[in-house]
Design a protein around this ligand. Structure first.
Ligand code: 6GU
Length: 226
């Protein structure tokens, strides 16, 4: 998968890609991530990329021309499966979206800033808009890093045998069950007997039950989604 990230804050977004699972994916050649500093496509000596909004109001808006120049340059090089805009006024990211995106070849991610981008960018170029939750971040950079982590770890071959995306929370709309490791007793707190029993059908049954109980208690909304 190739990901092209268009941003006004490249330094803010780079470090998650230099660590942990995303670094592993990149080192294995399973993901390729390119950063494009929108500023380099700005107007004049000051490399202007934003302006006041028509109709008045506080906050600057990213102009269409610098973004268009950057996107058109990428489109001239290759086909893209999705051009995604990270913005709080969009549907919320979930596991189903991450699963779908992990199968794509080439994607562009545009991260907003200030009051966002000129609506015409969204109308002309954007094929998918994503928020990561009901709160406001200063810019879409951290949200883009979150999206990339959720997607890149699902690319076949990225996770080793020791981890499996299939048993993650949300993969079946349930939260994960509790997990334990050594010691089997700590200050009188015991690991549930069933996990030490070696009875694997029974262990699976216990895990399903706990996953359901947890989901019902903490995220009942997930249970009505299907
Ligand atoms: Cl994608 N961008 C910003 N600026 N804030 C957010 C967000 C995105 N998702 C949740 N809050």
């Amino acid at each position: 998968m190739r990901v092209d990230i268009i941003t006004v804050e490249p330094d803010l977004i780079k470090s998650p890609f230099q660590n942990s699972m995303m670094k592993r994916a990149i080192d294995k050649g399973l993901a390729e991530v390119h950063f494009h500093n929108l500023r380099e496509f700005g107007f004049g000596n000051y490399r202007q990329i934003d302006d006041y909004q028509f109709g008045g109001g506080a906050g600057m808006v990213l102009m269409i021309e610098p973004i268009a120049k950057c996107i058109e340059g990428l489109l001239a090089e290759r086909k893209y499966d999705e051009i995604i805009y990270m913005t709080p006024d969009a549907p919320t990211l979930n596991q189903a979206t991450a699963n779908t995106l992990s199968l794509k070849e080439n994607i562009i991610i545009l991260t907003g800033h200030y009051k966002g981008v000129d609506q015409r960018v969204r109308d002309k170029y954007i094929t998918k808009e994503i928020s990561i939750g009901d709160y406001v971040l200063t810019g879409g950079e951290l949200a883009a890093a979150v999206l990339c982590d959720a997607v890149i770890r699902l690319i076949p071959g990225v996770l080793g045998d020791e981890t499996s995306a299939l048993t993650d929370s949300f993969q079946d709309n349930l939260l994960s069950p509790p997990v334990y490791t050594r010691p089997s007793e700590y200050e009188g707190m015991k690991v549930p007997e069933v996990l030490l029993s070696g009875n694997f059908p029974k262990i699976e049954e216990w895990r399903s039950e706990k996953a359901y109980e947890r989901t019902k208690a903490i995220r009942p909304d997930l249970l009505d989604e299907e």
